[in-house]
Design a binder for this molecule. Structure first.
Ligand code: MN
Length: 261
């Protein structure tokens, strides 16, 4: 009798462990839910598949000149990361100009042009020399920022969410698979507002390479397929207002454009 109870309990524990498991695998029996929550996906160029987004990581101050303009000393301090919610993604198709809403609560809305790496193979404690094996593909994106609120939260030692992690704060292009695009260690990255160049740099000016970012990030968080990493912006971030058109470019990828509305 005791033995039977033991097995019953262990079965319960096992079921509980599976149900509460954080691994984002496909549930064997989808749970009944009272409503649907939309999944976030990004088209994959050259396929009819879409890339399911699990988490959005962003690296801060990864170009020396930008680090200085933000008031920091870029002496290769360990990289730091923050997150945006998955549904901050605003997919922008190549060759289109997407309407991007000017967000509430800010009077100083900034662009940040960034290379984005998409993870296809998860892991933790990933060594730098193996890190690029974890990349599924690349795209380009904007880390849109309510700069006034971000600065205020820093001054007040509060979290950055309201400045960085709001609705539609992550305009992004389609994913280009590594097998098509290769890796991105160098090449021009620029951003124009209404045709005037605002940001212009080279990816080789990143303080932490994509491989180093993945390696460092995997020490803090276990990475999973579907994670994407915004790799930081060069110097000369600045404001936009309603009516402005942003165009951004990275060599080897189609440009991304949004109009602030
Ligand atoms: Mn950024």
């Amino acid at each position: 009798m005791k033995r039977r109870i033991f097995f019953q309990n262990s079965a319960l524990v096992t079921t509980g462990a599976l149900a509460g498991c954080a691994v984002p695998s496909v549930a064997q029996q989808p749970a009944k839910t009272p409503f649907q929550v939309a999944a976030t996906t990004i088209p994959i160029v050259g396929t009819d598949a879409v890339f399911p987004v699990r988490r959005i990581y962003c690296i801060g101050r990864n170009y020396a000149a930008h680090s200085r303009e933000m008031g920091s000393d870029p002496n290769r301090e360990p990289p730091f990361f923050f997150q945006k919610p998955t549904d901050a993604v605003q997919y922008v198709a190549a060759g289109t100009v997407a309407d991007h809403p000017y967000p509430t609560l800010t009077k100083n809305y900034h662009y940040e042009a960034e290379l984005v790496a998409a993870i296809g193979v998860g892991g933790r404690d990933i060594p730098v020399d193996k890190a690029l094996d974890h990349v599924y593909g690349y795209t380009l994106g904007l880390d849109m920022t309510r700069r006034d609120l971000q600065r205020a939260s820093g001054d007040e030692k509060k979290p950055w969410e309201i400045g960085k992690s709001f609705d539609k704060s992550a305009p992004i292009g389609a994913i280009h698979r590594v097998s098509q695009s290769g890796h991105f260690a160098k090449g021009a990255i620029w951003l124009k507002v209404n045709g005037t160049t605002k940001q212009s740099a080279d990816l080789n000016q990143m303080i932490w390479s994509v491989a180093e970012q993945i390696s460092k990030l995997s020490l803090a968080f276990e990475l999973f397929p579907g994670d994407i990493i915004y790799s930081g912006t060069p110097e000369n971030v600045g404001p936009v207002v309603r009516g402005d058109v942003i165009a951004m470019h990275i060599d080897g990828l189609p440009d991304l454009s949004v109009k602030i509305v």
